[in-house]
Design a protein around this ligand. Structure first.
Ligand code: NAI
Length: 475
C-alpha cells in the first residue's frame, strides 16, 4: 500500500477542523489541506488571532498554532485540494432532510453526493475516499457508483471512518481515542486503502485500538453508538420523571445502578434533555433505515428515545410555567447557558432553544447569558425553530409576530439575572457554579425560583439563601 503524504478534507466544521488539525499535528510528514465552500469559515480558520477560530474547543488553539502553515492549510480551493491529495476525507454536514421523501427523518445526503461528483471531476489519479461524515449504512455504495460513473479512468477505494469525538472534549478525544474504526472492502484495493489509513492513525493511536471491519459494519456502528448513548440519557431521564413524583432522587438511583459493572456509571446524568447535531439526527436516520428495510418494530423501539427527549424538554418548560402560577406572560425568565453542553459554542438542537420557544409561546420575557454563544446565533436558532416548528410535537404553535422583542441577550450574567422572576440553568458551564447567589437573590422577585436543568447547583446552599429550587429528578 501507498504511504500517504497528502490529505484533503472537504468540510471545515466541528469534525473536519479538529480532526484534521490533530492529524497534521501528529503527522508532520503529511500535508493536510482542509477545504470548504464557506469562505467566511475558512478565513476564520486562517485568522492570525487564534481566538477567532470558527469553533471553540479546549486545546484547539494550541494544536492549530503548532501545525498551521507548517503542514496544515485551510482553503476554499476545493478542486486544487482534491487534485493534490492521495486521500480525501468527506466531512460535510448530513442534516435531517427538511423536504420531500424522508422529510424529518432521513439524512440529507445532497452535500455528500456533491462531494463525490467534485472528487470525480477533479481526480487526476487513483484516490482513496474516506467517509468521515456520519452516513446511513450502504452510502459507500452510492458514492462508489457516482465516482465510477463520472470517472471510469481512475480507481477509487471507499473507506468508512466514522468520528466518535464529543464536542467540548474533541482534542482530548482525538489524542486519546477509545478506538478508531476503519471499514473497507475485502478486495486488494480495499485492503490496501485500509492499511494506508491505519498507518496514518498509528502515528499516535496504539495499533490495538485501530479496528478494521467491513464498510457496512463501520457505517452502522456509528449510528448504533449514538443510538445507545442517547438511549442511556433518555432512560435515566424517564426515571427522573418518576423520581420527581415519588420523592426518589435520580442522582442516588444513577449512582446505585452505575456501580453495577454491567451497567457502568458513565452517561447516566439526568438533565433537561440531550442536544447536539448528532444524536437526534442519527437516531431518526436509523429509524428511517429500519422502516425502509421493513423492520417497523425496530424503528419504533429507537424512535421512542427521541420522543422521550422531546418530552423531557417539554416537561422542564411546563414545570416553569406551572410553578410560576400557570403563566409566564410578561415575566422575566433568565437562562444560564444556551449551548447544548459546556465548553462548546455549538447550539444545534440545544434543549435551551425548545424550552425558550415554549416560554415565548406563553409570552415570557426570555433573557439569555451564555459565555460562548453569539446573540446572532440565538436569534437564528429561534427563527429556525419557528420555520420548522413541526420538528417538535410541543413547538408546533407559531410564535407571536413580535417574539424578537421578548428575547434579550446579555454579555454578563449579572445583568441577565437581575430582577428576574425565575432562573433556569440550561447548560452546565463551570462558571455558573461561582455565581454570587446571595446578591442574585437580593435582586429578584419573590418567591425566587431556580430551575436547575443540569443539576449543577448546591441545593442546600441555594435553598438556605431563600430560593425555591427545582432540580431534575428530585422529588
Ligand atoms: P458542520 O456543519 O460543522 O461542517 C460541515 C462543513 O462542510 C460546513 O462548513 C460546510 O460549509 C461544508 N460543506 C458542505 N458541503 C460542502 C462541499 N460540497 N464542499 C466543501 N465544503 C462543504 O458539520 P460537522 O458537525 O462537522 O459534521 C460533519 C459530519 O460529521 C456530519 O455527518 C456529522 O454527523 C458527523 N459528526 C459530527 C460530530 C459532531 O460532534 N459535530 C461527531 C461525529 C460525527
Amino acid at each position: 500500500p501507498n504511504k500517504i503524504n497528502s490529505i484533503c478534507c472537504i468540510g471545515a466544521g466541528y469534525v473536519g477542523g479538529p480532526t484534521m488539525s490533530v492529524i497534521a499535528q501528529k503527522c508532520p510528514h503529511i500535508k493536510v489541506t482542509v477545504v470548504d465552500i464557506n469562505e467566511e469559515r475558512i478565513n476564520a480558520w486562517n485568522d492570525e488571532n487564534l481566538d477567532n477560530l470558527p469553533i471553540y474547543e479546549p486545546g484547539l488553539n494550541q494544536v492549530v498554532a503548532e501545525a498551521r502553515g507548517r503542514n496544515l492549510f485551510f482553503s476554499t480551493e476545493i478542486e486544487q485540494g482534491i487534485k493534490d491529495a492521495q486521500m480525501i476525507f468527506i466531512s460535510v454536514n448530513t442534516p435531517t432532510k427538511t423536504y420531500g421523501t424522508g422529510k424529518g427523518m432521513a439524512a440529507d445526503l445532497k452535500f455528500v453526493e456533491l462531494c463525490a461528483r467534485q472528487i470525480a471531476q477533479a481526480a487526476n489519479e487513483d484516490k482513496i475516499v474516506v467517509e468521515k461524515s456520519t452516513l446511513p449504512v450502504r452510502t459507500a455504495e452510492s458514492i462508489k457508483r457516482i465516482l465510477e460513473a463520472e470517472d471510469s479512468e481512475h480507481e477509487f477505494a471507499i473507506l468508512s471512518n466514522p468520528e466518535f469525538l464529543a464536542e467540548g472534549t474533541a482534542i482530548e478525544d482525538l489524542h486519546y481515542a477509545d478506538r478508531m474504526l476503519i471499514g473497507g472492502e475485502s478486495d486488494e484495493n480495499g485492503q490496501n486503502a485500509i492499511e494506508a489509513l491505519v498507518d496514518v492513525y498509528a502515528n499516535w493511536i496504539p495499533r490495538e485500538k485501530l479496528i478494521t471491519t467491513s464498510v457496512w459494519s463501520s457505517e452502522l456502528s456509528k449510528l448504533t453508538a449514538n443510538a445507545f448513548l442517547a438511549q442511556r440519557v433518555s432512560s435515566i431521564n424517564s426515571i427522573s420523571a418518576l423520581c420527581e413524583r415519588t420523592g426518589a432522587d435520580v442522582e442516588e438511583v444513577a449512582h446505585a445502578i452505575g456501580m453495577d459493572s454491567r451497567i457502568g456509571s458513565k452517561f447516566l446524568k439526568s438533565s433537561v434533555g440531550f442536544g447536539g447535531s448528532c444524536f437526534q439526527k442519527d437516531i431518526l436516520n436509523l429509524v428511517y433505515l429500519c422502516r425502509h428495510f421493513g423492520l417497523p418494530e425496530v424503528a419504533e423501539y429507537w424512535e421512542q428515545v427521541v420522543k422521550m427527549n422531546d418530552y423531557q424538554k417539554h416537561r422542564f418548560a411546563k414545570q416553569i410555567i406551572d410553578t410560576l402560577f400557570n403563566t409566564v406572560s410578561g415575566k422575566k425568565i433568565s437562562f444560564l447557558g444556551w449551548a447544548f453542553k459546556k465548553d462548546t459554542n455549538d447550539t444545534r438542537e440545544s434543549s435551551a432553544i425548545y424550552v425558550a420557544y415554549e416560554l415565548l409561546q406563553d409570552r415570557a420575557e426570555v433573557h439569555v447569558y451564555d459565555p460562548k454563544v453569539s446573540s446572532d446565533q440565538i436569534y437564528k436558532d429561534i427563527s429556525y425553530l419557528q420555520e420548522h416548528s413541526s420538528s417538535s410535537p410541543y413547538c408546533k404553535e407559531k410564535l407571536p409576530k413580535d417574539w424578537k422583542e421578548l428575547l434579550h441577550i446579555h454579555k454578563e450574567s449579572d445583568l441577565c439575572l437581575k430582577n428576574s422572576h425565575a432562573i433556569a440553568v440550561l447548560t452546565e458551564w463551570d462558571e455558573f457554579k461561582n455565581i454570587n447567589w446571595d446578591s442574585v437573590y437580593a435582586n429578584m422577585y419573590k418567591p425566587a425560583f431556580i430551575f436547575d436543568g443540569r443539576n449543577i447547583l448546591d441545593r442546600e446552599k441555594i435553598a438556605k439563601i431563600g430560593f425555591e429550587i427545582k432540580s431534575i429528578g428530585k422529588g
